[in-house]
Design a protein around this ligand. Sequence first.
Ligand SMILES: C[S@@+](CC[C@H](N)C(=O)[O-])C[C@H]1O[C@@H](n2cnc3c(N)ncnc32)[C@H](O)[C@@H]1O
Length: 242
Amino acid sequence: MTAYWDAFFTLHRDLPREGPGEPADVAWAVATAGTAPTARICDAACGPGADITALRAAAPQGHVTALDKYPHFIDQAQRAHGTDPAVTLRTGDMADITGPFDLIWCAGALYFLGITEGLKTWRDALAPGGAVAFSEPCWFTEARPQEAADLWSGDYPAMTDAKGIDARVRAARYRTIGTRKLSSAAWENYYAPMDARIAALSSGDTPEMQQVLAEARREAQVWRAHRKSFGYLLSVVQPDDL
Ligand SMILES: C[S@@+](CC[C@H](N)C(=O)[O-])C[C@H]1O[C@@H](n2cnc3c(N)ncnc32)[C@H](O)[C@@H]1O
């Protein structure tokens, strides 16, 4: 591992979540999708597993399969959920999931595959009546503050607005059933523990750690300054032919 990634994972190790989110998002998505209490759910790119408790609560007689490509996150999720027989955890690539699933939940990660490409890939993993719920970086205003545009042009140049997300959904032959903006509380669930970790590491003794800390500080600062202009949009979508 390079010194940069070593520093990156030192910052991110054992944080409660790796992106914005809150249990109310899961409850809303499940209600919007009409997911049954017996549902088979996939948490695709689960990170440390922050949403597993809410997904289990949404489908108490169902099953949650959670996967992420980084074993460290799966180990962390295993410590919290490893004794629950209704939870299967594994390291793997979300491009390869097979199902059948009644709901594929993907918080802050579908853009790694591309919305259209990922939804097409998941079509065959969905059971009849199944749905995908995903949260995605999104511009909320026409005006794009320069420092936010600069940040996202480096991190995710293809970031678009709600219409653009819907167009990518339709290009995969899905339809959007509902959308919801993630709340400020959802973002602080991510940034508040990150602030504490940054403070604990602030004497960072390598240039790589100083770089990683500066990037993390900037990301939170830009969101707090411009939260009206951009955020995450949660979409619940279904294939046209289901
Ligand atoms: C922004 S984090 C979100 C994690 C988690 N859903 C959460 O909200 O805390 C993105 C996650 O995507 C995972 N990831 C990226 N590409 C992946 C892939 N192809 N298959 C599985 N996981 C992937 C990363 O390891 C990381 O945990």
